[in-house]
Design a protein around this ligand. Structure first.
Ligand SMILES: [Zn+2]
Length: 478
C-alpha cells in the first residue's frame, strides 16, 4: 500500500497545488486580463507618490495617462487593452519621439491598421545564451588612485585595523571594471554578445575628466543647464571657472557621461543591462588622511526602474519621463528587471554569504525615493537616470560593502590580472554571481515563454466601437 504522504503528493500534483516546474500546464489567459494585471501590478511599483498615480487611469477599456495629476486636460496617451501587443512592437521598432508622435496622432482612436492582437512570437523573451545580448556598465571612470580620489570612490584603511603594518587601498572603478571584464569573458564563452559602455579609465565619451577639461567644456555646461541638471546660480558658478574639480566632475562631466552610457546601451539594443557597482556602508565617515573605519556589516542592494515621484511626471515639460513610465507600465521591462535583480540578491546570499540590505534599514533613500521590490529584500525600484532611460530589463547592482572588515582583506589583494588590469581575485566571485543570476533569468524566461503561449484573444469589451471605427476607416479610404 502507498503511504498516505505519497498519495497526498500525487493528488496535490494532479490538482496543481505543487508546482512541478516547467512541465506544468498553464491555464489559457485572455490577453486583456494579462495586460490589465500587468499594468495594475506595475503601477504600484512605478509610482512612489499619489501625485504620480493620479496621472493614470486604468479602466475596463484601457490605460489613460494625463499630463497632470488634476487631469484637467485630455489624456496625453491612450492605450486600449487590444492595442498593448502592438505598442510593445512599436517599442522594439521605433524611437521614443516617433512613438510619442504616433500616440498623439491617434488620440482616442485605435492604432491605424492593427489586426492581430495576439502576442508575436518574435517578442518572446530570450531564454538561451546563444544570441543573448548583454550590456555591462562598469561603474565610475577612474583607472588610478588619484582619479578615484577625484570621484571620491576609494577605500583607504589603516593597517592597524587588520593587524598589519601596511595600509590597504583600492578603488571602486577598478573593481567594477575588472568584474565587468570577467563577466564578459564568461558570457562570451557561452556564445553571448557583450558590450561594455566605456574603456578603462575613460568616460563613455571616450575621454577622462582631465581630457574633457582640455575641450570646449563650457558648451557642455550650457547644455547641462538646458537639460536642467542645475539651477541658474550653479550654472553661473560653473561658468565662472571657480568651481572646484569635484563639482565640475559631478555636475557636468558625470552627467554627460551618464547620457553617453545610456545612448551607447540603447544603440546596442541589449536583452539585459547590468550596471556594476560596489556598495559601501552609509555611515563610514572618513577621518585623518581620508581613512575609512572598517565596519562589521556587509549588505548588497540592487536598483531597478520605478518609484517615480509626483514632480517627475507632472506637467507639460515632463512628457519624456511620462513616456518612460508608460513603457514600464506596459512592457515586460519592469518585471524582467525585478526577476533578474532578485536572482542577483539570491546568488550573492548563497555564493558569497552577503545578505540583502534588511527592509528596516532606516535609510533615507528607502523611505523617500524608493519602493522595495515585491520579489526580494535588497531590491529597490528607483527612478535613476539609467534605470529610467535604458530600454529593456536593467539592474543597477551594488554588491557587498567595500569597507567591511572581511571584504577589505579580500579586495585589498592584488592577486588577479585581467586584460592588463591588476585587481583582487574577489571580483571573480562577484562575476560568478552575476553569471549565475543571468543563467537563472534565462530559465525564468523559458517558463515565461510558456505563459505567453497560453495567451489567447478573447473579448475586449469594446468590439462595437472597434468595428465601427474599422468601417469608418474603410469608407474614408474609398
Ligand atoms: Zn559606485
Amino acid at each position: 500500500m502507498k503511504s498516505p504522504i505519497v498519495s497526498f503528493f500525487v493528488v496535490a500534483l494532479a490538482l496543481g497545488i505543487i508546482d512541478p516546474g516547467y512541465s506544468q500546464e498553464i491555464e489559457p489567459i485572455p490577453i486583456k486580463k494579462f495586460y490589465k494585471d500587468r499594468v495594475t501590478r506595475n503601477l504600484k511599483l512605478l509610482c512612489k507618490e499619489a501625485e504620480c498615480m493620479d496621472n493614470i487611469v486604468i479602466n475596463d477599456r484601457g490605460l489613460y495617462m494625463y499630463p497632470t495629476s488634476q487631469r484637467v486636460d485630455k489624456p496625453e496617451f491612450i492605450l486600449y487593452w487590444r492595442e498593448m501587443s502592438h505598442f510593445n512592437e512599436l517599442l522594439k521598432e521605433k524611437s521614443n519621439e516617433e512613438i510619442i508622435e504616433i500616440l498623439k496622432r491617434k488620440g482616442q482612436r485605435y492604432f491605424h491598421g492593427i489586426k492581430s492582437t495576439h502576442v508575436d512570437p518574435a517578442k518572446y523573451p530570450i531564454s538561451e545564451f546563444g544570441g543573448l545580448k548583454v550590456a555591462i556598465d562598469p561603474g565610475h571612470v577612474a583607472s588610478n588612485m588619484g582619479e578615484a580620489i577625484l570621484e571620491r570612490r576609494y577605500v583607504r584603511v589603516e593597517g592597524k585595523h587588520l593587524n598589519q603594518k601596511k595600509d590597504i587601498e583600492f578603488f571602486e572603478a577598478n573593481l567594477a571594471y575588472s568584474t565587468s571584464l570577467r563577466l564578459k569573458e564568461m558570457l562570451e564563452d557561452k556564445g553571448a554578445q557583450v558590450m561594455l559602455t566605456h574603456k578603462y579609465g575613460k568616460s563613455a565619451m571616450g575621454i577622462n575628466y582631465y581630457e574633457w577639461l582640455e575641450t570646449d567644456y563650457k558648451k557642455d555646461i550650457i547644455e547641462g543647464y538646458k537639460s536642467e541638471w542645475y539651477n541658474r546660480e550653479k550654472f553661473n558658478h560653473l561658468m565662472s571657472g571657480d568651481a572646484p574639480d569635484f563639482v565640475m566632475f559631478y555636475d557636468v562631466f558625470r552627467n554627460k557621461d551618464f547620457v553617453a552610457r545610456a545612448k551607447a546601451i540603447n544603440k546596442f539594443r541589449p536583452h539585459l543591462t547590468v550596471v556594476i557597482h560596489y556598495n559601501a556602508s552609509e555611515g563610514g565617515q572618513r577621518y585623518g588622511d581620508k581613512y575609512l573605519p572598517p565596519v562589521t556589516e556587509n549588505y548588497s542592494m540592487v536598483f531597478v526602474p520605478g518609484s517615480f515621484l509626483g514632480f517627475e511626471v507632472d506637467g507639460a515639460d515632463e512628457i519624456d519621463q511620462r513616456f518612460e513610465l508608460l513603457r514600464l507600465l506596459v512592457s515586460y521591462d519592469l518585471e524582467e528587471s525585478n526577476v533578474f535583480a532578485s536572482n542577483v540578491i539570491k546568488e550573492l546570499d548563497q555564493q558569497l554569504k552577503v545578505d540583502a540590505l534588511p527592509p528596516d534599514n532606516g535609510f533615507e533613500f528607502a523611505e523617500k525615493y524608493a519602493i522595495k521590490s515585491d520579489l526580494a529584500d535588497g531590491v529597490y525600484h528607483r527612478n535613476f537616470y539609467l534605470t529610467r532611460v535604458v530600454k529593456g530589463p536593467i539592474a543597477y547592482t551594488e554588491a557587498l560593502y567595500q569597507d567591511n572588515f572581511d571584504e577589505i582583506k579580500l579586495l585589498g589583494k592584488k592577486d588577479y590580472t585581467i586584460e592588463g588590469i591588476r585587481t583582487s581575485s574577489r571580483v571573480k566571485d562577484v562575476a560568478q554571481v552575476y553569471f549565475s543570476a543571468i543563467e537563472n533569468w534565462l530559465d525564468y524566461n523559458k517558463a515565461y515563454t510558456k505563459k505567453l503561449d497560453a495567451l489567447f484573444e478573447d473579448k475586449f469589451g469594446d468590439e462595437e466601437i472597434y468595428e465601427a471605427e474599422l468601417k469608418e476607416n474603410a469608407s474614408e479610404n474609398d
